[in-house]
Design a protein around this ligand. Sequence first.
Ligand code: ATP
Ligand code: MG
Length: 177
Amino acid sequence: MQKSSDQADRAAKILARLRKFIETGDLEKKMVALDAVIHVAADLTLPQFKNTGIEIIFEIEDNLPKLLISDVQIQQVMVNLIKNACEAMMDTTPKLLQIIAVQDDDQHIKVGVIDTGKGLSEEDFATLYKPFSTDKQGGLGVGLSISRSIIANHDGKFWAERNAPQGACFYFTLPTA
Ligand SMILES: Nc1ncnc2c1ncn2[C@@H]1O[C@H](COP(=O)(O)OP(=O)(O)OP(=O)(O)O)[C@@H](O)[C@H]1O
Ligand SMILES: [Mg+2]
């Protein structure tokens, strides 16, 4: 008991340090095209889910302005969202994954990862960003917590919604100016 409590303590400290690094670290932001970042993330993630019957639809608006972002970090956010979405659809049909990027208002682009998976319960909403809360074997339960920190560090918003009639939607915004 003592040992596992020590381990949990250690893991919590590592995560706190990691988040601090994300929030304060030198991000090396540069002007990049978001569609490229999204496609790299999809190419990194989707091969794992080959032959699972997931249908993927990209709706990325033409002529989106370049953004001042850390491409590696936004890629990391997208990898986690796409992976979460695919994992949530393993036991459900249909399996439809939608990845969107649109001009939201004058100063923001909105990115969405939308699935038809098992969806989000009230309890899920309460624990989504809580580190180490996971329902997956081998899951760390830190993906969303880190993703939200990364988006906050880019002065964007990050939120989840229910999809109708089934599944989950995760959205974030990034400023264009
Ligand atoms: N698209 C989704 N549909 C349904 N539940 C989801 C979805 N995305 C996340 N969740 C729920 O939120 C929990 C936390 O997600 P998070 O990405 O933070 O951690 P994880 O995927 O479990 O582990 P990892 O650290 O490897 O990402 C998941 O375990 C799952 O229960
Ligand atoms: Mg995850």
